[in-house]
Design a protein around this ligand. Sequence first.
Ligand SMILES: CC(C)(COP(=O)(O)OP(=O)(O)OC[C@H]1O[C@@H](n2cnc3c(N)ncnc32)[C@H](O)[C@@H]1OP(=O)(O)O)[C@@H](O)C(=O)NCCC(=O)NCCS
Length: 307
Amino acid sequence: MFSLRPMKKSDWSEVASLIYLSTNHWYETKQGHPAFSGGPQVCLLFCQVYEDLDPGCCLIAEHNETGAIMGSCFYHPRETHVSLGIMNVHPNFFGAGVASALLNEIIDFTKARQMSLRLVSSALNLDSYSLYNRKGFVPTAIYQDMMLEVPKTGIENPKFDLSRVRDADLEDISAMGALEFEVSRISRERDYCYFIENDDDIWHVSISEDKDGQVDGFLVSVNHPASNMLGPGVARSAEVAGNLIVNELNQHKGRSPLFLVPADNRELVDAMFSIGARNCELHFSQVLGEQQPINGVVMPTFIPETG
Ligand SMILES: CC(C)(COP(=O)(O)OP(=O)(O)OC[C@H]1O[C@@H](n2cnc3c(N)ncnc32)[C@H](O)[C@@H]1OP(=O)(O)O)[C@@H](O)C(=O)NCCC(=O)NCCS
């Protein structure tokens, strides 16, 4: 019924429409609100960012008779692992094995590299949970999606010490890579370079330094009609993570960005409640293959996915 092939530039518009329609279908039917607004073309962001970072790493399922794109999935080979990006199937073809076929290809690609495959998926979405669960993925952490309307004047709260937080520059990249490896045993320095270079003017990166001037945390954020959220980021402690979150929220004055915090980090969750954040969803990080212990605080995102 369908064949798999890599996405081409001429597919971008159809893939963007598929991401918009398929994701909104789940959010509208299960959560009562869409995930994306502004029209399907906002989701060109995924094609653009992922092709910039990983050219050729989007697989599509094409209907053998009509040529329609039935499903798509992005993936991201990194120094230490492969991560799975956004996965979508057209609602007309749910339950026909499209996602399973896409995932099998990416699992084979990952296994050939003897790496683990990592992802972040909604804990409220039984369809996607079951898809990954049947293939052997294991949840490794729970994250609370939190949201906060940032006052137009920004957040000023003595609990958060922003004096050691500054904007990142390209010279920070190797320290960011080393810190992420220390905290979560993964590394992806090319991604950080892309965020800091910020050619499209949608990214911002904060760095935190300890009293000896060593990087002890960083956090990225994106501001685009398809995604206004904080992450990815890591920090050595809840205190550093809180400072980074507040500093990045202050880049989004008057907006309501989303951010994910580890549910088992009570100190950080309470700090976020203290500034008025509200829970809006739950996500699991999941791994197929070797699991690595986390040694600090991980703040994942959906673009690009971390796991
Ligand atoms: C989640 C989604 C990608 C699944 O796509 P799909 O093509 O319908 O999935 P498949 O037909 O390949 O089925 C997936 C697997 O889950 C299994 N499954 C589904 N519901 C299940 C359940 N409740 N318990 C156990 N297994 C279940 C199926 O049997 C199948 O496994 P199999 O291939 O081993 O038989 C699709 O529903 C979608 O695009 N949803 C909207 C967007 C979204 O949520 N994306 C995921 C973001 S992470």
